[in-house]
Ligand binder design. Structure first.
Ligand SMILES: Nc1nc2c(ncn2[C@@H]2O[C@H](COP(=O)(O)OP(=O)(O)OP(=O)(O)O)[C@@H](O)[C@H]2O)c(=O)[nH]1
Length: 861
């Protein structure tokens, strides 16, 4: 009753309405404007359009038709026209119930300046409002929606058809903050009051709300009589209480007072038909109570179950659906359900909008191609736009639901934009890597040490990458770029390793080349001059060059900052390379040993100690020369037979010498030794197989081949020597000379006694010598005796004739001073019994020297 008392105390009609219900009453006087207090000019009743809408300008629609069908299209259109979605929670819902043709629509139109259809008074009382109509009140803050319900106890539906009445009552209670109960003044205190069944229905359906919110029931007493309201109100409240008490309640609410569910307010209005002006004034005053109705202390009941305006359409549909299905209506659960659906819708809208967002599409396209400066800020702004949009739209929905849906939206948004972020990081990574490569190469070209340059560049570019990541980061997510950074580090490290490997390889190649130059030709020369000092010299050369290369290589490696083990390994490799160079060269030379041996033999055999070609005159000891030359060749073979880089000693030379040279000397006397031939083996004693270049067997074979191939030279030399001897040995043997002297003593004495004979003999000698030279008798017989005789027989007579003719010519020619010969010249040009001019003399010299060289030419071959 305390509530009733309080309500009554604030009612403009509770005390002052008695007797003189006039304007100026009520608690909201200070907010009343002149416009509001001015009696409202009743709008002309209008007829609903076939679609159920009353017109565009009045912002109203039929929410549920007479058959209980919800007008989804109508309410969506109404929501847009009334811009309801923008109201958030700042709106109030008012509905009116009451008997049919009790002036409900008339009251609403005057109270809220709406255009609900009213009955034409001239046509008599019949049902004008069917179903439930919805309109937006004009010029009331906050936005107020009003529902005009179909009248109760109408003749049109029949006495028993109360299903729609109950459904619409429940619907109105579920969504309204204020429910106006329209009743005739004369029904108060009457047992058969017209609105008693209505109130019963209201209280019954209220029980079906699982957790009802407190609704304000504003009883509007129509056609107020002269009885003051303070007298009427207790009677009315008594009636209400009786009805409440008579309503069957669930166990939980048997003792629950009416005030638990309802704020009861009462107003009384004069008759519109009889006291229209007064009616209007009272209605204008009542209108003031609807201003700021949802503020604390306002007319509206508690706002626990209110759904945000943007969810009103969906909420109303769902409530009506539940009511139609005759299920219990759990308003808190309904509120959560509406919040869930609406927040999802809002979130889905945001996703759809962002996918078509021009700014986002441009950013997404740009980041596919290259780095986008300020990517993080741009994307943050885009995401923020849609997330704040969501927050604004969903702000009035259940916080738990709203937050959960926001998180879902954020996750979806982040999932959608994450590939762009990844793409950005990808560009950053590849750009950083490219820049690193360029800077690193430049640093190396400038001559910076490899390790120093690598360290500085890595530090600088990883820092750059991290700055880029910071630029790409968005505020809505803590995305971790460490994986990409790690990949970049791996790529950089791999690149540095590859450059290091290439540089080291170049460096190795450079020192290897240096070793090749320093070793190959000198080793070849040393091996060519095979002697006892050959391998010590090669060892010395190898040590010197290796030391030099290792020292250079080692200092170059220090710039690479590589570990000691690797450095040692590389140095050892270079050292081994140097050794391999020498060994390879030795192997190569060993492959040509036979040629070398022959060359050496030919050189020593065909040239003397002054390197002059030998002329086999007959004085040379061919056997000794051959032996010396062969020994030298054998020396070559023994030097080439094995690699001796480790200062090792072996017995190869002795073995070869014993087996190949001394065996021949000892001849066949040592047949038994031959049976244990030291060369009948494929390896040398004390020499590792890897160090063996020519095996004993190969040596033997080579020697045999060498001997066979040099034998011809020796034979040629011997032949030449014998030929020379023959050509120079024209004197008869000494015994013949002695015989001649003894036997020819008488003839000699005769000659001495007669000098004329001497002259004749001298002339005969000269003629004979001339014929000898002219005929070149020795030359003719060179090709054999028979061809020589045949040739001489043909040439002899003409030559003799020629000589005689010349003598005759010389005898007849007078001596002339200018043609006198220089006796000195004559003596020079007369050689071998014939004259030669100076030119022929020169050619004769050449020919002579050539003929002298004829003996040596076979040897030099
Ligand atoms: N006596 C009386 N009649 C009124 C009053 N207000 C309106 N009327 C008349 O009652 C008749 C019905 O008015 P409506 O406003 O259409 O009544 P309603 O309750 O909306 O009617 P339904 O929508 O058919 O239920 C009209 O002829 C009005 O002129 C009033 O205060 N007193």
């Amino acid at each position: 009753m305390a509530m009733l008392d309080r309500s009554l105390s604030v009612s403009p009609f509770s005390s002052s309405a008695a007797g003189h219900a006039g304007p100026g009453l009520g608690v909201h006087r200070e907010r009343v404007s002149v416009e509001d207090l001015r009696p409202y000019q009743r709008p002309r009743p209008i007829s609903p359009s076939p679609s159920g809408e009353m017109g565009d300008d009045c912002c109203s629609t039929q929410l549920i038709d007479g058959d209980g069908v919800f007008n989804v299209a109508g309410i969506e259109s109404f929501m847009k026209t009334a811009k309801l979605a923008e109201c958030g929670l700042s709106y109030a819902m008012v509905s009116i119930m009451g008997p049919q043709s009790s002036g409900k629509s008339t009251l609403l139109n005057y109270l809220f300046h709406t255009n609900f259809r009213e009955m034409d008074a001239l046509r008599g009382r019949s049902q004008t409002t069917k179903g439930i109509w919805l309109a937006r009140c004009a010029n009331i803050e906050p936005s107020t929606l009003v529902m005009d319900l179909e009248g109760t106890d109408g003749r049109e539906r029949g006495e028993d058809d109360t299903a729609f009445e109950k459904q619409s009552a429940l619907f109105a209670l579920a969504i309204s903050d204020i429910v106006l109960i329209n009743m005739w003044c004369h029904d108060i205190g009457r047992e058969q009051a017209a609105n008693k069944p209505l109130l019963k229905t209201v209280f019954q359906v209220m029980m079906r709300l699982f957790s009802p919110r407190k609704t304000t029931l504003l009883f509007v007493i129509r056609d107020k009589t002269k009885t003051p309201l303070e007298n009427l109100e207790p009677v009315l409240r008594e009636d209400i209480q009786k009805i409440w008490d008579s309503v069957p309640k669930p166990q939980a609410h048997t003792e629950t007072p009416l005030s638990e569910f309802f704020n009861v307010e009462v107003v009384a209005l004069s008759s519109y038909e009889e006291k229209e002006e007064l009616f209007k004034e009272q209605v204008a005053t009542l209108r003031q109570r609807f201003f700021h109705s949802i503020a604390p202390g306002g007319l509206a009941g508690d706002r626990r179950g209110v759904v945000p305006a943007s969810g009103f359409s969906f909420s109303a549909q769902q409530i009506w659906k539940v009511i139609k299905e005759n299920k219990d209506l759990d308003l808190p659960a309904h509120k959560v359900m509406v919040a869930t659906v609406r927040c999802e819708e809002i979130a889905d809208d945001k996703l759809v909008y962002i996918r078509a967002d021009e700014e986002w599409l441009q950013l997404e396209e740009a980041v596919q191609l290259d780095i986008v400066p300020g990517f993080g800020k741009k994307l943050t702004a885009i995401l923020d736009k849609y997330l704040s949009g969501y927050d604004m739209e969903a702000i009035y929905f259940d916080e738990v639901v709203r937050t959960a849906k926001r998180q879902q939206l954020e996750s979806k948004l982040l999932e959608m934009v994450h590939p762009a972020y990844q793409s950005m990081l990808g560009h950053l990574r590849s750009k950083t890597l490219d820049d690193f490569k360029e800077a690193f190469h430049k640093a190396l070209e400038r001559g910076e040490g490899f390790a120093v340059a690598a360290r500085a560049c890595i530090q600088s570019f990883v820092l750059k990458f991290e700055k880029g990541c910071e630029d790409a980061a968005i505020e809505q997510a803590k995305w971790d770029p460490s994986k990409v950074r790690d990949k970049l580090r791996r790529d950089i490290d791999a690149y540095v390793a590859s450059v290091r490997a290439a540089r080291l390889s170049e460096l190795s190649a450079q020192y290897e080349g240096q070793l090749n130059t320093a070793l190959i030709e000198p080793v070849e020369a040393l091996l060519d001059a095979a002697s006892d000092d050959t391998w010590p010299a090669i060892r010395k050369l190898l040590q010197r060059e290796t030391k030099s290369a290792i020292s250079g290589f080692s200092s170059s490696l220090s710039a690479f900052d590589i570990d000691q083990a690797t450095t040692d390994k590389m140095l050892a490799k270079l050292e081994e390379y140097a050794r391999n160079v020498v060994e390879s060269k030795a192997k190569e030379e060993a492959g040509r040993v036979l040629i070398r041996m022959k060359d050496r033999f030919a050189t020593l055999f065909s040239r003397d100690s002054d390197s002059m070609p030998r002329v086999w005159t007959g004085k040379e000891d061919i056997r000794a020369i051959t032996k010396t030359a062969r020994s030298a060749s054998l020396k070559l073979l023994s030097v080439m037979a094995a690699i001796r880089l480790d200062d090792e000693t072996d017995n190869i030379e002795n073995t070869l010498s014993l087996a190949l040279v001394d065996t021949a000397k000892s001849g066949n006397a040592n047949r038994s030794i031959q049976s244990s031939d030291p060369l009948a083996s494929s390896s040398w004693e004390e020499v590792q197989p890897t160090k063996t270049l020519i095996t004993p067997v190969q040596c033997k074979s080579l020697w045999r081949q060498f001997k066979a191939e040099t034998e011809y030279t020796v034979t040629q030399a011997i032949s030449a020597q014998e030929a020379n001897k023959r050509s120079n040995n024209w004197l008869p043997p000494p015994w013949a000379i002695v015989a001649i002297l003894v036997l020819g003593f008488n003839e000699f004495m005769t000659l001495l006694r007669n000098p004329l004979y001497l002259a004749v003999i001298f002339v005969a000698f000269l003629v004979g010598k001339a014929i000898w030279v002219q005929l070149d008798i020795s030359g003719e017989f060179r090709n054999g005796a028979l061809p020589g005789l045949l040739s001489l027989s043909t040439k002899f007579l003409p030559t003799v004739m020629n000589i005689l003719k010349r003598l005759a010519d010389e005898g007849q020619r007078p001596a002339a001073p200018e043609t006198r010969r220089n006796p000195e010249l004559d003596s020079k040009s007369f050689r071998n019994g014939v004259y030669h001019n100076s030119t022929s003399d020169a050619s004769s010299n050449i020919s002579s020297s050539e003929s002298g060289a004829e003996y040596s030419s076979p040897l030099t071959q």
